[in-house]
Design a protein around this ligand. Sequence first.
Ligand SMILES: Nc1nc2c(ncn2[C@@H]2O[C@H](COP(=O)(O)OP(=O)(O)OP(=O)(O)O)[C@@H](O)[C@H]2O)c(=O)[nH]1
Length: 509
Amino acid sequence: MTGIIISDNTQHLAIPALPEFLRSDLTQCANLPSLPSAAVRVLEVAGHPDATLNDYAHAIEQDPALTLRLISLANSAFYARHHTETHSCLEATSRLGLDATLAAVMSFSLWRGCRSNDQLQRIWGRSFVAALAARYLAEQLCPAQASFVFTAALLQDIGMLALLAVYPADAHELYNSAPVNHLQISQGEHMRFGCDHPSVGGWLAARWGVPVSLAQVISDSHGELTSQDETDLFCVRLSGMIADAWLSTNPSQSLSVLMRRLNPIVTTPSISLRDLLNSVQRQLPPLADLFDLTAPSAYDNEALIIQAQQLLFQQTLSLNARLDAQQHEIDDLQQRQTELEERSRRDILTGLSNRAWLEEQLHERFEYCKTHGYTMSVVFIDLDHFKKLNDRFGHQTGDRVLERFGQVLSSLVREGDLAGRYGGEEFLIILPNESATGAQRFAKRIAKRLSETPMETVDGQALYVSVSIGIACLSDGGFGNGRELIDAADQSMYFIKRTGRGGISMYGH
Ligand SMILES: Nc1nc2c(ncn2[C@@H]2O[C@H](COP(=O)(O)OP(=O)(O)OP(=O)(O)O)[C@@H](O)[C@H]2O)c(=O)[nH]1
């Protein structure tokens, strides 16, 4: 092969620069895949915007072997479906179209000398499957670009040829695992060579002087598939994934994984994976024949798709089951969290709110009432002579009295009120939207209940308690915050303590 460089387009590529050592090794490599002079001339023609089919045909005719192959390609089942036989290079070129002619010339040229090499056969096998898949996709999504997409997909792995030429041992080891998955290959290449074969392929194609748009798509061919991709790039990227799945050891499994990945991205209903695989299967043998390639083994695509769909369904079920289990765990955690929060607000002995929660709530409600012009009252209750009760009947009896008193309070408060234990034998009740006289009525009900209901029975003797109650209402003073309201209720309660216990006092009345 004659390696003639016609116009180096590498500087026009929007790709990350190749590592310096790799660029230097590639540039100096004597075995780098190169193009025969006829292919170079075809590229030169391709570089002219006004190039005609005649110019192409003339360039190709310089190479008789290439001419014969091109005519066979045009006459193959692949292209000749509805046409009569072609006999000249010009007829062949016009049947193939300019892009496909370019692709054919380049791949024929590059393919020479690869036939006896299993590894190269595998690389080209994937490229052919990808090219056919890409063309099917392009015919559905961007028919005008079908030839361009076919070419780009066919050449997407030429970087592997270059890396094999420059670093035969390393690349051979990396590519030797059959069948190949290009995601893993790209990762391996990054580790060994500092970049992957699509970038090298794009660089190589640009160095040969192929149109920059083509070299760019080759370079971007293995990127992440997204719905924002240009349609031609999208077809090329997807074609590689389809080829990987179809050629994998477990195609139905790989296809089901691919289907899952495609679900959120491919929304167009015109793409049928089944039709695509059937189309690839139909066109692969004649194309492979033409290149003396052993076509990758055929599948029952119908069964493959059904299997893949079943697997996808099973994966979806097990994923749903996992999601359900996770949701249960989240629900349990949330419930436990709620229980913990609830418990952190409770007084253990009485089950009423504890002091911290009372104060927090009082602060919030106080601010709310101030902002919206509502009123509220707090009722401060202290059990009388509780020390004596403890001393006389024991601490446990004292505890039961407190517990019972908590129940009495719970039974008397209304929805929206908040009753809690403020400390030892002190209780606080917040009454939203309640005046001092309303709070007084409430306090009287408590006193009445206590006078009627013993809190405990000790040795058959009923034990009654009395309480001192102080009330403060937001409307009865210039209170700046909830703390001042509690202090006012506390002071009123102490007034009762000082004047004999067992009564109710209202702050400011
Ligand atoms: N059993 C029991 N007693 C408690 C608890 N918390 C506080 N006490 C007791 O309640 C008593 C309160 O005593 P004081 O503050 O002197 O009040 P008092 O004896 O009720 O007297 P006055 O309030 O003046 O009527 C103390 O003996 C505390 O030990 C509790 O959780 N359980």
